[in-house]
Design a protein. Structure first.
Length: 137
């Protein structure tokens, strides 16, 4: 079964919530919300649904603001980490060793990254990473 991710946080930023949702988070509850909201969120995730409080959902659909002028890449933190290592010329086996994951997992990440970024080669990916502020030229 696929793991469901529920965030319990003090933050109520619509932008942060939208970024987490794009990263694959299934639910979002603020610490100040009621116990019932937390229980409802857990029940929703168990039922293979998502959970976002109605008071927060209007903020989720606003365009993401650029962070310090850098474009958003649309990649997860782990994917960005792998992009940086690929850009250094490291092979999947070495990346796997460094991150404590299997080489197969690195390859799956690599394919997902290429697909998500519409890149067709590592060279394309490096150009994408530079343009999107993931790595510096």
């Amino acid at each position: 079964p696929q793991t469901k991710i529920l965030i319990l946080t003090i933050h109520d930023s619509g932008v942060l919530m939208q970024e987490m949702r794009q990263a694959g988070v299934h639910g979002y509850v603020r610490k100040r919300d009621s116990d019932r909201d937390l229980i409802s969120a857990i029940q929703a995730l168990v039922s293979n649904e998502t959970f976002y409080l109605p008071a927060m959902t209007p903020n989720m659909h606003r365009p993401l603001k650029r962070d310090r002028g850098k474009p958003q890449s649309g990649l997860t933190t782990r994917q960005k980490e792998i992009v940086k290592l690929l850009a250094q010329g490291l092979h999947s086996g070495k990346i796997a060793e460094m991150l404590g994951i299997s080489a197969k997992t690195v390859e799956v990440h690599r394919q997902n990254i290429l697909s998500r970024t519409n890149c067709h080669s590592t060279a394309d990916l490096v150009r994408y990473a530079i343009r999107n502020g993931i790595i510096e030229a």
